[in-house]
Structures are given as structure tokens and as C-alpha cells.
Design a protein. Structure first.
Length: 293
């Protein structure tokens, strides 16, 4: 970490989380008229092009050099699957509820990290896991009005994201961050580009849609840059609990753009999920695996 500037780090992180929430809200808006695989393909291809244009001239071979290429590629596929499932969930559910269920991922990582990575879970870890499940059950309870398929997609995204985060923990010891980011963008761009012929309906995007499609890559690229920069100025013990402010941004955007306000029970569930995640963050005292488009 460079010289400590906690306030600067906190502001960078809060801005990054707002950009991530904007990306999810834009995805939901576009999914009303466009196929989700097409939307996700544009996100990944745009992100890959931005990385090549902005980073290739200065980093060169560092973008593509890896020591465990197979695991790096599998990690990228896990994130691509998670992104696709999140898109399907957002198509069917409000932004805030989808975001809240997604935060179950970091909580489940501590369970999987026990037998797979030899990390100790402890009482706080198990308490956080139970709280997290309780919160999700309150959000996705019968009578909540959430579509069952949307909830299933959100949970599938969580499962894929757990694989992504576990592999991130394994690979961070041997791989450059820049290469990990590049291969996640590359894997998603290739996979979804191959699927485009089955989901492209031949309609050219309107000017407004084109702006929204471009914004997806911009939100993701700038968001990840600010997210990474935040940890250069402030310790993980300060920033990790703040990641749950994304729930606030998601709720505000869902209200202003789509007129959705979660009911009281769902709000309680979101608060419980956030509290359990903060418990995990305070327990681990290190940065969570970075989100990627």
C-alpha cells in the first residue's frame, strides 16, 4: 500500500461501488428489450478492448504471461457464468434483491475455504454463514413476489462466484493481477461472442441503446480501477466492510429508475446479509477477491 490516505481510499471505494450498481441497473434496463447473453457479450468485449487499448502499450507481455494457465482460464469461465446468471436474475428481479443475494458469495467462500484451502472457519465464520442464509431466506421467502427462476439464477451466480473467488485466492500467489484481469475479460469475450449468432435478432441498437452498451464497459473498467486504487490508500480492515454500501446504491437506483421499494421483511433480510458479510470482512481482515465484469 502507498502512503495511507484512509478518506481518499474510502471515497474511491464508494465511487467504485456506485459504478458497479450502475452497471447492474443498466443491465436490467437493457434486458427488457435485449437478450441477456448479448448484453453480457458487449460488456466483456468492451472491457477486453479497453484493456488492450489502455494497458497493452505499457504492460505488453505481462497481460498474457501466466504460470497456471489452465486454472486461470477456469477462473475466467467461472466469472463468465456468474455474470450471465446475474444478468438473467436482473431480468426477473429488482436490483437490490439481486445484489443482496449475490453478497451470499463471500460468506460461502469461508465455508468452502475450510476443506479446500485449509483455512480455519471458527465460530464467527459459522455464525456469519447462518446469518447470511437467514437473510437470503427472508429476501426470497414465499410471498415475497420474487420470481422463482430469478432467485435460482441469482443462487447459480453465487455458486459460480464462489468458484471464482476460491481460484482467485489460489492464483494470487503466482499470477500477476493484470494477467488475471485480462484472462477473465478474454474468456468472457470469447464465450459470449461464440453465442452471439443464437441471440442476435438483427436489430441495430438505437443511439440511446448504443450509449448504454458502451457505458457497461466504462462502468466496469473504471469501477475496477477505482476499486483496486482504494486499497492502495486504505487498509482492507477499513474498506472490506464498506463493500456492502453497494446494497444502498442498488436500492436507490432500483427506486429511482424502476420505482421498486423492497418491503420491510426484505429490507430486514438485506440488513442481515450485510451484517453477516461485515462479520466475515472483519474476521478475515484482507481485501475480498475483486469483482470483474
Amino acid at each position: 500500500m502507498t502512503d495511507a490516505h484512509p478518506l481518499r481510499g474510502a471515497l474511491l471505494l464508494v465511487t467504485a461501488l456506485l459504478l458497479f450498481a450502475c452497471m447492474d441497473a443498466t443491465t436490467k434496463f437493457l434486458s427488457a428489450t435485449r437478450e441477456v447473453p448479448l448484453i453480457v457479450a458487449v460488456r466483456y468485449v468492451g472491457n477486453l478492448l479497453l484493456m488492450v487499448l489502455l494497458l497493452a502499450p505499457t504492460h505488453g507481455r505481462q497481460l498474457v504471461e501466466t504460470k497456471r494457465t489452465g486454472l486461470v482460464v477456469v477462473r475466467g469461465i467461472c466469472l463468465a457464468a456468474s455474470s450471465l446468471m446475474v444478468g438473467f436474475a436482473l431480468q426477473r428481479m429488482p436490483v437490490a434483491e439481486t445484489t443482496a443475494i449475490g453478497f451470499l458469495g463471500p460468506i460461502l467462500v469461508i465455508v468452502a475455504a475450510g476443506p479446500l484451502l485449509g483455512e480455519r472457519i471458527g465460530r464467527i465464520g459459522w455464525a456469519a454463514v447462518l446469518l447470511g442464509f437467514t437473510g437470503v431466506l427472508l429476501i426470497a421467502r414465499p410471498g415475497s413476489g420474487l420470481e422463482a427462476v430469478g432467485v435460482a439464477c441469482a443462487l447459480a451466480a453465487v455458486a459460480a462466484n464462489v468458484g471464482y473467488q476460491l481460484l482467485s485466492r489460489v492464483l494470487v500467489a503466482t499470477e500477476r493481477t493484470i494477467a488475471l484481469l485480462f484472462y477473465t475479460a478474454l474468456a468472457g469475450a470469447i464465450l459470449f461472442s461464440l453465442a452471439l449468432p443464437w441471440f442476435w435478432d438483427g436489430r441495430a441498437p438505437t443511439v440511446f441503446e448504443a450509449v448504454l452498451f458502451f457505458s457497461l464497459a466504462a462502468y466496469g473498467g473504471l469501477g475496477h480501477f477505482l476499486f483496486t486504487a482504494a486499497y492502495r490508500y486504505a487498509p482492507a480492515s477499513l474498506l472490506a466492510p464498506m463493500n456492502y454500501l453497494q446494497l444502498l446504491w442498488a436500492g436507490l437506483l432500483g427506486w429511482t429508475l424502476f420505482g421498486h421499494v423492497p418491503d420491510q421483511v426484505s429490507l430486514l433480510g438485506m440488513a442481515i446479509v450485510a451484517a453477516s458479510g461485515i462479520m466475515v470482512a472483519l474476521k478475515t481482515r484482507r481485501p475480498p477477491a475483486k469483482r470483474m465484469v
